[in-house]
Design a protein around this ligand. Structure first.
Ligand SMILES: C=CC1=C(C)c2cc3[nH]c(cc4nc(cc5[nH]c(cc1n2)c(C)c5CCC(=O)O)C(CCC(=O)O)=C4C)c(C)c3C=C
Ligand code: FE2
Ligand code: FE2
Length: 327
């Protein structure tokens, strides 16, 4: 069977117009793997409490990072696809879990090229229900509706893979200032309830299911070991909180406020839950986070970019994809 690759990232609104941001947030937050309450409660919360105002604030944030070619997340993902395609002799397509290009379009593109054996690559190093699992759900739903004669497999989460750790660590090393007090690893957060579900599933099934929080700490530990960082030189925290439920801790915004009074004045920060820079890294961390830290008494703030279109990252992806292709 003819083989092909589908790279999948999260997705962005089509534009920074409030209405486009609202449509995007509706699709995103109505996903039961993101807001995991019963449909009627989710619908009420999303329509009555989130969608009237949040899109205005989010659109403003998107406007600060938007490029002439669109959302950084999409632009970078397109470049990544092109670079991977250059080194692969099978078709490589790109899709987004929310909005465009959709997973349906990505699968159709491969199908029209005669591909029937597909490796889906969720572009998330750590897996959890609101990232990797919802990509798999959507892909399988569409396969079942339209592409029943295809075989589909998924690339495993790579949060502890030595190839990934090496490129991540090297990307950090290149940007780490000589005199920094602490390197903060800030990961996208999730509600604690999501990780509790993973703990329940691990107990019930005796499968080696790792919580998202533990995976993040493992990524930090492996990068720190690679870079030979002493324990007092790095810290792990979680960003992007939404709503009133408890999310996994510690919270990045609290840490950024507390660090200066603990003597951490020169901070470097990386965001390893994201392989491409996006709203959460460029605006929430590099703009808002920087301001918060400096206001609290911090002196220097170095934002370390995501892997984006680094050649060593492309080479690692290509190595993994060729491994699958030749299997
Ligand atoms: C309940 C809410 C959310 C969960 C759970 C969640 C998990 C999660 N998200 C990412 C990756 C990204 N999220 C991004 C933006 C974003 N995330 C949420 C909410 C949850 N995410 C919202 C509402 C938004 C939109 C912006 C906003 O209004 O604040 C992005 C950036 C997208 C972009 O266009 O740049 C990414 C990427 C992961 C990996 C994850 C679980 C670990
Ligand atoms: Fe998110
Ligand atoms: Fe955010």
């Amino acid at each position: 069977m003819s083989k092909g690759i589908l790279l999948v990232n999260l997705g962005s609104p089509d534009s920074t117009k409030v209405e486009d941001v609202r449509t995007y947030l509706r699709e995103f937050l109505m996903d039961k793997k993101v807001l995991d309450s019963p449909w009627i409660i989710r619908k009420t919360v999303v329509e009555l409490f989130i969608l009237p105002k949040r899109p205005i604030k989010s659109a403003e944030a998107y406007r600060k990072i938007w490029t002439k070619d669109g959302s950084p997340l999409i632009v970078i993902s397109k470049i990544l696809r092109e670079m991977v395609q250059k080194q692969m002799d099978i078709p490589v397509s790109l899709a987004m879990r929310y909005k465009n290009p959709s997973i349906e379009v990505g699968l159709q593109e491969l199908y029209d090229k005669g591909v029937r054996d597909i490796l889906v690559v969720p572009l998330y190093p750590q897996y959890t229900m609101s990232s990797t699992e919802t990509v798999a759900d959507k892909v399988l739903e569409i396969q079942n509706k339209k592409f029943k004669d295809t075989e589909i497999n998924f690339l495993k989460a790579f949060y502890n893979h030595p190839d990934y750790i090496k490129v991540l660590a090297e990307s950090i090393k290149e940007k780490l200032p000589e005199n920094y007090d602490k390197l903060l690893f800030s990961y996208h957060g999730i509600p604690e309830r999501h990780d509790n579900k993973a703990i329940g599933a691990a107990k019930r099934t005796k499968l080696p299911i790792e919580t998202y929080r533990n995976q993040c700490f493992e990524t930090t530990k492996l990068v720190a070991a690679y870079l030979e960082l002493p324990e007092d030189k790095y810290y792990t925290s979680f960003q992007s909180r939404l709503g009133r439920d408890p999310w996994i801790k510690p919270y990045t915004d609290h840490i950024l406020e507390e660090f200066p009074e603990q003597g951490v004045k020169n901070l470097a920060i990386c965001t390893p839950a994201f392989v491409s820079d996006c709203l959460e890294t460029l605006e929430e961390i590099s703009m808002e986070g920087r301001e918060e830290f400096l206001k609290a008494g911090g002196e220097s703030f170095t934002y370390i970019p995501c892997l984006n279109d680094r050649q060593d990252w492309v080479d690692v992806l290509v190595k993994w994809l060729k491994g699958w292709q030749n299997n």
